[in-house]
Design a protein around this ligand. Structure first.
Ligand SMILES: [Zn+2]
Length: 379
């Protein structure tokens, strides 16, 4: 697994660092242009053809010229793998990338970076949590680094890597249902569910939306600046909210014996949540379903908890007790089985069904029939 740690550089050589980032960016564009004209996306062949001209035209140190080729090839390869062949990569933002122990390294509490002119040793500031968790722990190995400038400050974003611990063999499924009324509901079958309400997020976003509307109507320069600022603030708020929710979900999961986190496919959510008003639709489409899942996955990776996804068909309609499936069982947030009169919160029912789906899959039990062989222990 990989994480990124941001180091703020103290007293950098501003002009030299800017020059390094600009030169690196220009060199990337130079190589990219040749690829668009038909040069092969291959490190060795690009190196043979353009290494010399990179060094002569851009006065790049040897390592940096190699990094340029590696970065450009990487960008093209990743575009190809995600099937976005038509989009042409542009290297607009000035930034430089380094390789560990070649053009950047740590030495005696300093960070050492190779610029276009010289090797520079600098003091740096790291977050306390990042310092303790990643930099002081020898199990996390340093990899590449990226030099960026933000608001006149220079940062080195370093990548650290650690071997993912072996996953435990799963025994208890924790069904996770994501929604709007409840941001997340987690439940291991036949236990108390964890419900994280989304109301605070809904009201925060609605008030932000109203504020944005007013500012957009105003249209002045300062209003636009404030809008940009608010967009960032809202993003941070949502991220923080999701991080807290993820933490709660993982705490809940860890109470059980060898848990596995079970999600339903994202496609299911959009189709399932019935929306009537335009306002609700907008809320649904900007809702952080994906962000929440990603945060939970990255946290569970560190805890060595397995994660899986199941087909979401009927998760909100099937009765967990008698197994019948009907749309009429559900009325908004209430679930009431028409046949056996089982009653519960609709999101809790969905989470239960998601967990069950995993059990069914593993133990080959007929869908809807609760497992009798499985025992659930709360530690
Ligand atoms: Zn029923």
């Amino acid at each position: 697994m990989q994480r990124t740690v941001s180091l703020k550089l103290v007293n950098p050589q501003v002009h030299e660092f800017r020059q390094t980032m600009m030169t690196f960016r220009n060199a990337c564009q130079y190589i990219s242009r040749y690829i668009q004209q038909g040069a092969p996306v291959n490190r060795g062949r690009l190196h043979r053809r353009y290494y010399r001209s990179l060094r002569e035209q851009f006065h790049l140190p040897s390592q940096m010229a190699q990094s340029v080729i590696r970065v450009v090839v990487g960008v093209y390869r990743s575009l190809k793998s995600t099937q976005q062949l038509k989009s042409i990569p542009t290297f607009r933002r000035p930034q430089a990338q380094f390789q560990y122990n070649r053009d950047w390294s740590f030495s005696n509490g300093f960070v050492s970076v190779r610029t276009v002119k010289a090797r520079r040793r600098l003091q740096f500031i790291a977050g306390k949590y990042q310092q303790q968790k990643y930099l002081d722990d020898p199990e996390w190995m340093c990899r590449g680094a990226r030099l960026v400038e933000r608001k006149g400050c220079f940062y080195l974003h370093i990548t650290v890597e650690k071997e993912t611990p072996p996953l435990s063999k799963p025994a208890t499924p924790i069904g996770i249902d994501r929604g709007i009324r409840a941001l997340a509901v987690a439940r291991a079958p036949e236990t108390e569910p964890l419900i994280i309400r989304g109301g605070l997020l809904v009201s925060y976003r609605s008030s932000m939306l109203r504020l944005r509307r007013r500012l957009q109507a105003k249209g002045t320069r300062s209003a636009r600046r404030l809008l940009r600022h608010l967009r960032h603030r809202e993003k941070r708020f949502v991220l923080d909210f999701c991080r807290c929710a993820a933490k709660l979900v993982l705490c809940y999961a860890q109470r059980f014996n060898r848990p596995i986190l079970v999600f339903e496919d994202l496609i299911g959510i959009r189709g399932r949540v019935r929306t009537r008003s335009r306002k609700n639709r907008r809320m649904l489409h900007s809702w952080p379903f994906h962000v929440l899942k990603q945060i939970i996955i990255s946290k569970s990776e560190e805890l060595a908890l397995p994660v899986t996804t199941v087909d979401p068909a009927y998760t909100s309609q099937r009765c967990p007790t008698c197994g019948t499936t009907s749309k009429r069982h559900r009325r908004r947030n209430n679930y009431r089985c028409q046949r056996c009169k089982y009653q519960n919160n609709a999101d809790v029912v969905a989470a239960t069904n998601i967990a069950r789906l995993w059990l069914n899959d593993v133990h080959r039990i007929e869908p809807g029939v609760p497992s009798t062989t499985q025992t659930y222990r709360i530690q």
